[in-house]
Design a protein around this ligand. Structure first.
Ligand SMILES: *[C@@H]1O[C@H](CO)[C@@H](O)[C@H](O)[C@H]1NC(C)=O
Ligand SMILES: *[C@@H]1O[C@H](CO)[C@@H](O)[C@H](O)[C@H]1NC(C)=O
Ligand SMILES: *[C@@H]1O[C@H](CO)[C@@H](O)[C@H](O)[C@H]1NC(C)=O
Ligand SMILES: *[C@@H]1O[C@H](CO)[C@@H](O)[C@H](O)[C@H]1NC(C)=O
Length: 315
């Protein structure tokens, strides 16, 4: 299934999902889809979590609400937008309950459960009913939802259901709503610190991990079972953020904490840049060159707008 050990020499903790190096070399680029692009603007919509939002914020140089951010990039003639979604939910049917340990509580909508809502978002965020590319994440929120409601670490059984049914359905909903778009799944990056489930009174449950490398590794293992011909379920291209993070860890020779924000699980500027570059490579757009990062993440400025994300908190 995978070109495994030979190609994946950079595999560290989580392990490569698709043929590692091949992703970077563009082997998965579906050039057929690119020829359908309009002569003018490109568009990519990302349905994901704070990991995606952080990357888009950095690229756009702005923040918006926690559930959306986007911009038009003149250099690439690219409309890029992020919209938050809370994952498959406890039962895997895209319905609540979802992880509710954030300042936004439990009243979180799942846009993927409604075609009309999805189309509204793509129109408003990237100006297209059918973006050229739609990138979907479903990982950290799934893990956190299961752990916080089940009060135990993620199990292999739960992940099996996710791989066999929940995620497949979620992606099917996205590809039905955007049946002219290229649908890409992105995997979860490794974390530096385990994020524990926190109780109503603020007590930390040190035996129940909301997000841990063990959980992420199990998730990757489950995904690997569903890779066919380099694609998830034989259908969806994959951006392997796990691999991007593992490559960086190997380059640095250790779990360099600067690869994450202070909370220890949100990837920092460099991994975010590489992640978006994977999107741009797949779309045949110019990548973002390395630049000196300003220390002082812009999100801090958002406090004034009254819609601040707490460091260390999802989404
Ligand atoms: C490209 O996108 C920008 C920003 O959304 C918009 O102002 C412009 O009209 C678009 N151009 C075309 C040709 O669609
Ligand atoms: C939030 O989730 C916890 C489980 O982690 C649950 O016990 C609690 O009732 C939920 N609260 C709301 C308002 O949904
Ligand atoms: C895409 O979905 C729309 C709306 O459901 C439908 O009318 C159209 O036939 C579909 N197109 C393709 C290529 O499946
Ligand atoms: C849950 O997972 C965390 C992180 O991997 C681990 O430290 C902890 O021991 C696990 N809890 C149990 C009860 O196995």
């Amino acid at each position: 299934m995978l070109a495994s050990s030979m190609v994946c020499t950079t595999m560290i903790r989580v392990g490569c999902l698709v043929v590692c190096a091949a992703v970077a070399s563009g082997l998965h680029a579906d050039t057929g889809a690119l020829t359908q692009l309009r002569g003018s603007n490109h568009s990519v919509l990302i349905l994901g979590c704070s990991v995606d939002r952080n990357a888009v914020e950095r690229f756009c140089g702005k923040v918006d609400r926690f559930y959306r951010v986007g911009c038009y990039d003149e250099e690439r003639q690219l409309n890029i937008g992020f919209v938050f979604h809370p994952g498959v939910g406890i039962n895997g049917d895209l319905q609540p309950p979802f992880y509710n340990r954030t300042q936004w509580g439990s009243n979180i909508g799942q846009p993927i459960s409604d075609d009309k809502v999805l189309r509204k978002w793509s129109s408003s965020m990237v100006g297209e009913l059918f973006p050229d590319m739609v990138v979907v994440d479903s990982s950290l929120w799934d893990l956190s939802t299961w752990a916080s409601w089940g009060m135990r670490n993620v199990t292999a059984d739960r992940l099996r259901q996710w791989g066999m049914r929940d995620l497949r359905n979620e992606l099917a909903r996205v590809s039905e709503a955007y049946n002219k778009s290229r649908i890409v799944f992105r995997t979860a990056p490794a974390v530096y610190k385990t994020k524990w489930v926190v109780g109503d009174a603020g007590q930390v449950y040190k035996d129940v991990a909301a997000i841990s490398n063990d959980g992420i590794r199990m998730m990757q293992r489950e995904l690997r079972k569903h890779i066919k011909g380099g694609k998830l379920y034989g259908k969806y291209e994959v951006i392997d953020y796990s691999q991007i993070m593992d490559d960086l860890i190997q380059e640095r020779g250790a779990d360099d904490p600067s690869l994450w924000l202070k909370d220890g699980y949100h990837p920092s500027a460099e991994p975010s840049r590489r992640y978006l570059n994977e999107i741009f490579r797949l779309m045949d757009l110019a990548t973002v060159e390395k630049k000196v990062e300003v220390d002082g993440f812009r999100r801090r400025w958002a406090a004034a707008a009254g819609d601040r994300d707490e460091a260390g908190d999802l989404p």
